[in-house]
Design a binder for this molecule. Sequence first.
Ligand code: GLN
Length: 548
Amino acid sequence: MTKYVFVTGGVTSSLGKGITAASLARILKSRGLSVVLQKLDPYINVDPGTMNPFEHGEVFVTDDGGETDLDLGHYERFLGEDLRRDSNVTTGSVYQSVIRKERRGDYLGATVQVIPHITNEIKARIKKLGGDEVDVVISEIGGTVGDIESLPYLEAIRQMRKDVGRDNSCYIHVTLVPYLETSEELKTKPTQHSVATLRSTGIHPDVIVARSDRKIDDSVRRKISLFCDVDGDAVINAMNADDIYAVPLDMYDAGLDKVVCRILDIDAPEAELDAWKNMVHTLAHPTETVTIGLVGKYVDLPDAYLSVFESLRHGGLANSARVETRWIPAEEVDGLLADAHLEGLHGIIVPGGFGIRGVEGKIRAIRHAREGAIPFLGLCLGLQCAVIEYSRNVLGIGDAHSTEFDPTTQNPVIDLMLDQHDVEDMGGTMRLGVYPARLEEDSLAYRMYQRQVVYERHRHRWEVNNRYRSSLTAAGMIASGVSPDDRLVEMVEIPEHPYFIASQFHPEFTSRPDKPHPLFAGLVEAALAYKSRLGARNSTEAAVQVDI
Ligand code: GLN
């Protein structure tokens, strides 16, 4: 029977509930259990697809085309499993299906209410992830206990214990234990209040994960255990970690999985975390550093590029190198600050995006990479900008553009290729989720992947216009990846350049710390080579100067 773990948070937001849930999942998996993660989001949007990345961070795309919360990215990277769109539930999506059922008459004339109709729908979404193959479902409830929006979720998970039984459910509450400078003490009162609020909803936590910036000593632990009525060893101290990937190791050392397995009556072998430990060690002891510029529109909120940032770190891991990401506001690359921003980079990445703002800066950064033989990786809009840049500056088509940005351009090198011109519902027209791409055998793409067909996640509307394919190829930019029917360009590259490659899909969604994505590993490898070429050149120049 599937066991259910629920993770709630108190005191403040941003305490790392998602990382806690993901870390527990990783440890349980390394004990041989099959685990699925889920995020329950209390906002009214049906999914985060339409939300501004400035506000909500990146939209993470699953294999089956779900547009989901960025926590799912953490889940996949920690757990090492592909999740489905069901792993993200929002209040909007819950209400949408309840109202649909009501309109269909499914409730047989009953008055439709939060309890039981909304709570039943939430429970159904949680239970849907369970099943014969799944040992543990971990559901994280977004927001903070005490928020009006989270109440239906708390009521639903309270009922879950009644439904599945005490041995099959576990409540973990993540709180903050702040240090007060004036009294030089760690204070447990906020945790006590938060647990009191949680208990007022009928949920009695089994485990408290206490976040603190210094070690919680035994007297503080005892206090939390006593006032919050949890076992002494169920107070897990989670201190700030040096790196998020170290958190599963810290949680394991603190005994989180032991307590959870005891509560859930799970008999499983000890956790096997050696490979993970080695990975964290490599991350902390790089032998080299490279600086990669990320040229984007939303760089003020790095969460908007969370998966790209993490993938760069994974690419570093594959090369025992540390990647210093330089966040470059695309708009400024189109102005006087361009040189300052682009100077000293060992690689450039142009990630995905929507809207015209910053596009000219991205194009300029790509030109800089192409002409300077600087390693470049373009993702989605990054590919589209690379094609525009090449068309303008190599093919000499001055007004080459995407119809997304200039609907009347005479040279739409990027255009809507699928019959999408007349569709009004913006949600419905995107190419979302996994599609195959066939790779050209004698290409950089093929050398990186070592495979003929790859499956990658998409989230876009526009495509390379096939009318320009032959002239691009003739001029030196080849389509090294295409859809199996050859109708859509999936990857482009410039064979003459040491590393200039771009994908219409998003490789950042499938990169994992213990399985870095080849395109990112390749970028960092090329950046290291570029750096050493640069070093060699500089030392020759220095020698020449000394001679003089
Ligand atoms: N705006 C572009 C499109 O819709 C690129 C999207 C993206 O980068 N995810 O095709």
